[in-house]
Design a protein around this ligand. Structure first.
Ligand SMILES: Cc1cc2nc3c(=O)[nH]c(=O)nc-3n(C[C@H](O)[C@H](O)[C@H](O)COP(=O)(O)OP(=O)(O)OC[C@H]3O[C@@H](n4cnc5c(N)ncnc54)[C@H](O)[C@@H]3O)c2cc1C
Length: 397
């Protein structure tokens, strides 16, 4: 079998790349190790930047996002028992964020893929990449009980943080590959609750008991988090204890608090920053979590994956349209510029809004002063707003 671009992974990065290549008239085969329901059911991101929403529109997959997603023009920062409004759209010339679950993004992209008739194989195993330094790289895998080989012009490694593509890049590049890593001494306990939102905007809370985040997935479902130690066992948290902690951290002096309802899903996620550099080796190109992850505080992971895809898809399009390779050669460098800015913002949000072990009352007061400065200064608020809605991508769709 031969294809132009072999895509490993059918998460947001792989599916969006497949869609963009289709729009540009380029062939691809997508290989995914899990089954379709597993990929859809994973509860993960829920905040899309303006440019991610614009990208989905341009790729013809934004209709349901606008029908069922929620456009938010503001966000709250809460501390000292008070919520402070950050008017995102007013500060950024009309840009906003969209609350639309990753599950829905993935579902829309899977349906779009199905409509193209182009291949997307689920439940493949034993995936490996070969000959990435030649102009005919190959992917070997097992599917439906038989061994397969896919000869490609290029391979896109969109297989997430635990995939096989980054290790393949590392062994191809040896010492030329650099990996930057930071783990945080905390995780997030997250719940999905059958409770209608009590706020029309997300609420980022810094409380003396630690960080908490109020968000939502729909008009009926809320998604809430609070900071816990990274190795916290979710089985130690009854639903009653979770609500007690949520309410203790989130309730404000004016009486605002989340609506309480049955918990549909609960888990603990560790937090990490990671960057692989460069993001390509020969004809293997990484995109999304395969190349970088951010702590979820800045809501950047899925959006960075989309930004990578935009740059990579454009580079493939240039190659097939004009037989030029300069955009492919610049892909890693261009993508990493945005990745590092998102890393900086995600790290800053994390260290400003969380309590870390070993910190003392000085640190707590310093963090409160930081937050007080943000809500009291238009310049500081604008900086937060422009990062939160997403820095501009200087690429036409
Ligand atoms: C709890 C949580 C909350 C988050 N909240 C946010 C948020 O609010 N906003 C935000 O922007 N981001 C958020 N993120 C991050 C976001 O979910 C990820 O950044 C996003 O999923 C990255 O997409 P991806 O396609 O690069 O990787 P993934 O979604 O990980 O997709 C990779 C795919 O590759 C498949 N795969 C792996 N190995 C192989 C293999 N060997 N062969 C074939 N297929 C393979 C996997 O099964 C998977 O389907 C959150 C993440 C978590 C865990």
């Amino acid at each position: 079998m031969h294809t132009q671009v072999g895509i490993i992974g059918a998460g947001p990065a792989g599916l969006l790349l497949g869609q963009m290549l289709h729009v540009k008239g380029i062939d691809s085969v997508i290989l995914e190790s899990r089954n379709q329901d597993y990929v859809i059911d994973r509860v993960r991101a829920g905040v899309l930047e303006q440019s991610t929403a614009d990208f989905m529109d341009a790729m013809g997959v934004g209709d349901r996002l606008h029908r069922e997603g929620m456009r938010h023009e503001d966000v709250y920062v809460s501390f000292g028992g008070r919520r402070h409004l950050i008017p995102l759209a007013e500060l950024t010339g009309g840009k906003a964020i969209y609350v639309y679950g990753q599950n829905e993004v993935v579902k829309d992209l899977m349906n779009a893929r199905l409509a193209t008739g182009r291949p997307l194989h689920y439940e493949v195993s034993d995936v490996s990449v070969h000959d990435i330094n030649t102009d005919q790289p190959r992917i070997r895998y097992r599917h439906n009980g038989s061994d397969q080989e896919l000869i490609c012009d290029f391979i896109a490694g969109c297989d997430g943080f635990h995939g096989i593509c980054r290790p393949a890049l590392a062994s191809a590049l040896g010492d030329a590959a650099k990996f930057y890593d930071r783990t945080y001494p905390c995780g997030w306990l997250g719940i999905l609750a059958d409770a209608p939102p009590s706020s029309d905007a997300l609420v980022y809370t810094y409380h003396e008991r630690g960080f908490a985040l109020y968000s939502m997935r729909s008009q009926k479902i809320t998604r809430l988090y609070f900071q816990v130690p990274p190795d916290e066992d979710i089985r130690d948290w009854s639903d009653e204890a979770i609500w007690e902690e949520m309410l203790a951290r989130m309730t404000t002096v004016d009486g605002w608090k989340p609506n309480v309802g049955p918990i549909l899903n609960k888990n603990v996620t560790a937090m990490r920053s990671f960057v692989a550099e460069p993001m390509n080796a020969g004809r293997l190109f990484l995109a999304g979590d395969a190349a970088h992850i951010v702590p979820p505080t800045g809501a950047k992971g899925l959006n960075l994956a989309a930004a990578d895809v935009l740059l990579l898809g454009r580079a493939f399009a240039q190659f097939y349209r004009e037989s030029k390779t300069d955009l492919l050669a610049r892909y890693s460098c261009e993508a990493l510029k945005r990745v590092w800015k998102a890393q900086r913002f995600s790290w800053w949000m994390t260290q400003t809004l969380h309590k870390f072990p070993g910190e003392n009352p000085f640190d707590y007061q310093r963090q409160l002063a930081d937050l007080d400065y943000i809500v009291g200064s238009k310049a500081a608020m604008t900086s937060l707003a422009e990062n939160y809605v997403g820095l501009p991508i200087d690429v036409a769709f």
